[in-house]
Design a protein around this ligand. Structure first.
Ligand code: KG4
Ligand code: ZN
Length: 342
């Protein structure tokens, strides 16, 4: 079913304040993202209290800018969507209050949206998804393998038991004295490296789709410490390459096994770490060899943004599944529970 509704979506779950206006779940009229990275950089990670305060400063300004940039009157909006969770509760609340206020003032339906459903459906903004599909979600807070038997029906078959992959990237980058967020720095260093230090792979039980990255992260930290004790500089490039090789190896193998076991027609890559050039190249090569179409959003839709929230909210809009105005922020919102009802 194609629809032509116009959704204004708000995303404030972590350290990006974003407002987007999307028509028919596909046509991005505007997608403004204000990043707080510079603010959090000096702390080496996101400080929740500061994040909330920054969202408060930015949200109304960016909302006005988005409406202006889309060039449509407010009366043309069909619904207001907002990230309900998961995320930092104080950050979520700022977006939720703004979205509720707008929904109430314009007498429009509200759609509380799942952040990871947003990352997955970022693909729908640029690709045609065919089902069943498998999604590999790799972000700063999440590492999950999700099956989609049909549109909007999510089942998590694997998740990290400790660090999320982006979190591991950021911690390793910090130990190698790169600023937050460290993922892109490690990616660059790894691709330019001449040597590689072999590091462990956490395969876990043979039939498990779960992940674990804390052992790998500790192996990097131990290697850095050993260099220090010998009075030598750490072999940064070789470590970055070894770390990235381990991450890519495990993610690629598990994702392709999930595709085979679920009989998926496509593999969807999404989340901030989907920006990783090494991962994209390795997955593309493996998928091509196995004849599996790989969908990846453009870089601007991989990291947190509100257009992806509008794309996921579109699933609910089509089915008339709206959220009551007394909706609360849900820092631990379950993806499976957020699935569409039919
Ligand atoms: O999805 P996202 O924007 O925020 C969350 O919802 O977590 O992901 C941010 C994460 C950070 O950990 C960042 O280091 C990582 O994505 N990241 C990368 C790359 N670009 C961003 N990690 C590895 N390689 C990259 N090129
Ligand atoms: Zn995210």
């Amino acid at each position: 079913m194609t629809t032509n509704e116009i959704i204004l979506a708000v995303e404030t779950s972590c350290d990006e304040t974003s407002v987007a206006i999307v028509r028919g779940g596909r046509d991005i009229l505007t997608n403004l993202v204000s990043s707080q990275i510079e603010t959090h950089e000096m702390f080496g990670g996101v400080v929740p209290e500061i994040a909330s305060r920054k969202h408060v400063e930015t949200i109304t300004v960016i909302m006005e800018q988005a409406v202006q940039a889309a060039g449509i009157p407010l009366a043309d909006l069909s619904a207001i969507a907002v990230t309900q969770g998961p995320g930092l509760v104080g950050s979520l609340l700022v977006g939720i209050v703004a979205a509720k206020t707008l929904a109430m003032a314009l007498d429009l339906p509200l759609i509380g949206t799942h952040h990871i459903a947003g990352h997955i459906y970022a693909n729908a903004l640029v690709h045609e998804i065919t089902y069943p599909a498998v999604a590999l979600v790799v972000s700063g807070g999440h590492t999950e393998l999700v099956t989609l038997e049909r549109e909007g029906a999510f089942r998590i078959i694997g998740r990290t038991r400790d660090d999320a992959v982006g979190e591991a990237y950021d911690k390793v980058a910090r130990a190698l004295h790169f600023p937050y967020p460290g993922g892109p720095h490690i990616d660059r260093l790894a691709l330019d490296a001449d040597d590689e230090i072999e590091l462990p792979r956490a395969w876990l039980e043979p039939d498990s789709f779960d992940f674990s990255f804390s052992g790998l992260k500790s192996a990097v930290l131990a290697a850095i410490n050993q260099s220090k004790m010998r009075g030598e500089p750490p072999m940064r490039a070789a470590l970055a390459r070894g770390f990235q090789a381990s991450v890519i190896n495990v993610l690629t193998e598990k994702a392709l096994r999930a595709v085979r076991e679920c009989g998926a027609k496509q593999l969807l890559l999404c989340g901030g770490v989907a920006a990783n050039r090494g991962l994209r190249a390795a997955l593309a090569a493996r998928c091509e060899a196995e004849g599996v179409p790989l969908l990846v959003p453009p870089l601007s839709l991989c990291t947190d943004n509100a257009a992806m929230i509008a794309a996921a909210a579109h699933l609910k809009w089509k089915r008339g599944e709206f959220t009551p105005l007394d909706m609360k922020a849900e820092p631990m919102l379950s993806l499976e529970d957020w699935s569409v009802k039919d």
